[in-house]
Design a protein around this ligand. Structure first.
Ligand code: NAP
Length: 280
């Protein structure tokens, strides 16, 4: 029988606990979010993050810029936020418009305020097994969810589909640090299903609805679906949930799996960065 990895429930539990901690503080943690352009999905994500932050007592400020803004204006704002004692955490919502180089922007964020854990310093630390200021939110959320359900990673073959800097690559590193054997697949991978069928744990982060079919998985494996695609106003994951969930031991739903865990991790990171900032 399959067990649903309930990210909505776990995220509510984490955020309840966090809100109690925040209530005890004199000065609330503060998150600054930079949103550039008019991408509806980005606007939606930023609103969700802001609402969730405010619900638990984190101050959140959204700085919005038009689609045609130049890179220097954003870099200047990041520099200002880096030096602002009232800002504990900085998030730049991706993707950015073409005229802005995302790498330049991410590199400009102070690693101590890098709530997404994307700066070279934080990614580098993670890669050599040193604690970064923050771990990337989606991978951290996935690991927290697996841990909650006591899913052992040591020696397990984890196949990740997707090699983005925000999900696939940092997730692979974090799983390696937990002694998993990790394979990363991508759009140029040949015989994808031959590889996915060997996965004890399959994590899909592609963004194409229902591309993971029941003949691509091993019986009783664990399936984590990161993908979120909107089709005719409805949200779909990468996984053909209805037709394969009964073959799995554990599976995340979409929505209600990885999404809420990403938001919970973001707010935990904000809180932890603020605590560290105030110690110094
Ligand atoms: P991305 O940068 O577009 O990466 C997608 C990855 O999938 C790429 O590595 C791509 O390969 C690979 N890919 C595309 N088609 C493939 C195929 N047919 N077979 C195998 N691999 C294929 O996306 P992302 O930012 O990592 O996000 C992935 C998905 O997760 C999206 O749906 C996004 O909305 C969702 N997401 C959800 C959350 C959440 O909290 N739930 C958080 C982040 C992202 P190449 O590298 O070769 O192009």
């Amino acid at each position: 029988m399959t067990t649903i990895l309930d990210g909505k429930k776990l995220s509510a539990k984490i955020l309840n606990k966090l809100s109690e901690e925040i209530r005890k503080l004199d000065k609330k943690p503060s998150l600054a979010v930079i949103l550039v352009g008019d991408n509806p999905a980005s606007e939606l994500y930023v609103n969700l993050k802001k609402k969730a932050a405010e619900k638990i007592g984190i101050t959140s400020t959204v700085l919005t810029y038009p689609q045609n803004i130049d890179e220097k204006t954003v870099l200047d704002k990041i520099s200002e936020l880096n030096n602002d004692k009232n800002v504990d955490a900085i998030l730049v919502q991706l993707p950015l418009p073409q005229q802005i180089n995302s790498t330049n922007i991410i590199q400009a964020i102070s690693p101590k305020k890098d709530v997404d854990g994307f700066t070279p310093e934080n990614i580098g630390k993670m890669s050599i097994g040193v604690e970064p200021y923050a771990y990337p939110c989606t991978p951290k959320g996935i690991l927290t969810l697996l841990e909650e359900y006591k899913i052992n990673l040591q020696g397990k073959h984890v196949v990740i589909i997707g090699r983005s800097n925000i999900v696939g690559k940092p997730l692979a590193q974090m799983l390696l640090n937990k002694d998993a054997t990790v394979t990363i697949c991508h759009s140029a991978t040949t015989n994808l299903s031959d590889i996915t069928k060997t996965a004890d744990i399959l994590i899909s982060a592609v963004g194409k609805p229902k591309i993971i079919k029941k003949d691509m998985i091993k019986n009783n494996s664990v399936i984590v679906d990161v993908g979120t695609s909107k089709v005719d106003g409805k949200i779909f994951g990468d996984v053909d949930f209805e037709n394969l969930s009964e073959l799995t031991s554990y599976i995340t739903p979409v929505p209600g799996g990885v999404g809420p865990m990403t938001i919970a991790s973001l707010l935990v990171n904000t809180y932890e960065l603020s605590k560290r900032m105030r110690k110094n």
